[in-house]
Design a protein around this ligand. Structure first.
Ligand SMILES: [Zn+2]
Ligand SMILES: [Zn+2]
Length: 147
């Protein structure tokens, strides 16, 4: 009986560590450890402090605290700074994506340009090589004629 408990405790501990790792990457809701949805109940929202949560989770968190502590004593679960229901702002990541895409497109264009430059240089190099070979052959022929 005791052994089984130890095993399950160990398993529990491992699971906890894994959850913490995911949280460290700041890609999931700190309250429920689930990913954010692009809209609806668990969409991405921020508080005044800038911390991010799923809307339904942080709304529930603040409401529960407000009931226990009063409206004016609610706080962010991460940094403990004051946070009200009114502070919840929906974060629209599309703007970031657009900016990123613009930057990526710019970089892509740059890479394309560099690539075509490399092509040009390669062509020039190839031509130079050919003319070098020609010159070598001519030189050899000239030497043969001399000998
Ligand atoms: Zn959540
Ligand atoms: Zn915070």
């Amino acid at each position: 009986m005791t052994e089984i408990n130890v095993e399950s405790n160990k398993k529990q501990r491992i699971e906890n560590t894994q959850t913490r790792e995911v949280e460290d990457e700041h890609i999931t809701c700190t309250i429920c450890s689930e990913v954010w949805t692009s809209g609806g109940e668990h969409c991405l929202v921020s508080l005044k402090c800038g911390h991010l949560f799923g809307k339904s989770c942080i709304a529930r968190w603040i409401t529960e605290r407000a009931q226990k502590l009063g409206d004016k004593k609610t706080f962010c679960p991460i940094c403990m700074k004051p946070a009200r229901l009114n502070d919840i702002r929906i974060v629209v990541p599309i703007k970031l994506v657009v900016k990123d895409t613009a930057e990526i497109n710019l970089l892509k264009k740059e890479v394309e340009m560099k690539k075509s430059k490399i092509c040009e240089y390669q062509n020039t190099l190839e031509l130079a090589r050919l003319s070098l070979n020609l010159s070598k052959r001519e030189l050899k022929r000239a030497q043969d004629t001399l000998l």
